[in-house]
Design a protein around this ligand. Structure first.
Ligand code: ATP
Length: 352
């Protein structure tokens, strides 16, 4: 295990800057998720940590040792990619043992290590199987165990769950998190899936256009987005944004409820809402409409639990409200969040 530091790292490909001046520290044993839309530079950053790309500027320090120019094999990192690349003709046991055999480890050592790693990922009973006789999740665990036998300082994972179906993805995510809790290896995980990021990350780094927009715990990022990009990238449906001259108001769909829903005397901000479509999702209903009244007519979405008895009248203006504590404000010109309260902003800046 080790701490990983990325110091003012940039990567320029001919005339294109893929990663621009990124600095961050992954704490010993932490699970950090790099999240962002396609092309934001997350894989390039991961590849520089791995040693597969050389930074144009900046340094990478692993376990206190300058690693910027070290070969991948000298960094003591393990990578798990989307494509697990297991050897189809080898059993699970031999797949896991492979990195040790290459290094010439003796048989007793190999056996101990393989059984230890297989035990950690719950593969003890499947050691004689071949990859084609296993589920996608089991294959993924085999790849993890294979990486683990090398005792890496840092685990790098590039969308390792993206070729699993939705159900399997969910259970594999849960397994991965349990595995991380047990093993506690410093990990950097790349994904463009915000649900995966929220579920897995101790902290999330939201990237866009090669830069870091925000670093924080899932809760910090969701509740206190640093700017309008993060506010709309995180959350499905995204945060509602209503532009009012130089200030943009933001509120999450689940915090936008009929005014009658709040106890009298609550500190709320009233916002009139005209619903034009209702989508039933089982546990919730999504109400699509426009804010109106005194605000500029802007599309917005409300998410109302199905347990709340409320019958929206399509087309009519209804009094809705947001608890004032759930209202966010952004500077319209820059998109940056305005302080909500001193403590939270201070915390966020400390992470950044
Ligand atoms: P995705 O989720 O689609 O994999 P990403 O966030 O991982 O995207 P990167 O693969 O890091 O993005 O790419 C960042 C930018 O750098 C992209 O615009 C990409 O086209 C560019 N890029 C990546 N590798 C190279 C390269 N070898 N040469 C030139 N440009 C590159």
């Amino acid at each position: 295990m080790a701490q990983l530091e990325i110091r003012q790292v940039s990567k320029v490909f001919t005339d294109h800057t893929a990663v621009s001046n990124v600095s961050l520290t992954v704490n010993d044993g932490e699970f950090l998720v790099l999240l962002g839309p396609s092309g934001c530079g997350k894989s390039t950053l991961l590849r520089m940590i791995a040693g597969l790309e050389l930074p144009t500027y900046g340094d990478i320090v692993i376990g206190g040792r300058l690693a910027t120019r070290l070969q991948p094999k000298d960094r003591n990192i393990a990578m798990v990619f989307q494509n697990y690349a297991l050897y189809p003709h080898l059993t699970v046991y031999e797949n896991i043992a492979f990195p040790l055999r290459v290094r010439g480890a003796n048989t007793k050592n190999v056996d101990e290590k393989v059984r230890w790693a297989a035990g950690l990922v719950g593969l003890d009973s499947l050691l004689k199987r071949k990859p084609r006789q296993m589920s996608g999740g089991e294959r993924q665990r085999t790849a993890l165990a294979r990486s683990l036998v090398r005792d890496p300082d840092v685990f790098l994972l590039d969308e390792p769950l993206s070729n699993l179906d939705a159900k399997l993805r969910h259970s594999a995510r849960e397994e991965l998190r349990q595995f991380q809790d047990r093993v506690g290896v410093t990990s950097v995980y790349v994904t463009h899936d915000q649900v995966e990021a929220m579920g897995l990350g101790d902290r999330i780094v939201v990237m866009q256009g090669g830069t870091v927009r925000q670093i924080g715990t899932p809760e910090e990022i969701y509740q206190y987005p640093a700017d309008t990009f993060v506010a709309t990238f995180m959350g499905s449906p995204p945060m509602n944004l209503i532009q009012q001259d130089d200030i943009t108001l933001g509120f999450r769909p689940e915090n936008f409820l009929p005014e009658s829903n709040y106890p009298s005397g609550s500190d709320v901000t009233r916002i009139a809402f005209r619903v034009y479509r209702v989508e039933y999702l089982g546990g919730d209903r999504l109400l699509y409409g426009h804010v109106c009244g005194g605000l500029p007519e802007t599309p917005a979405i409300a998410r109302i639990p199905s347990s709340v008895s409320y019958s929206p009248v399509v087309g009519s203006e209804t009094p809705f409200a947001v608890a004032t504590a759930d209202l966010r404000r952004f500077e319209t010109s820059s998109g940056r969040a305005l302080p909500v309260d001193g403590i939270v902003v201070e915390r966020r800046l400390a992470h950044g």
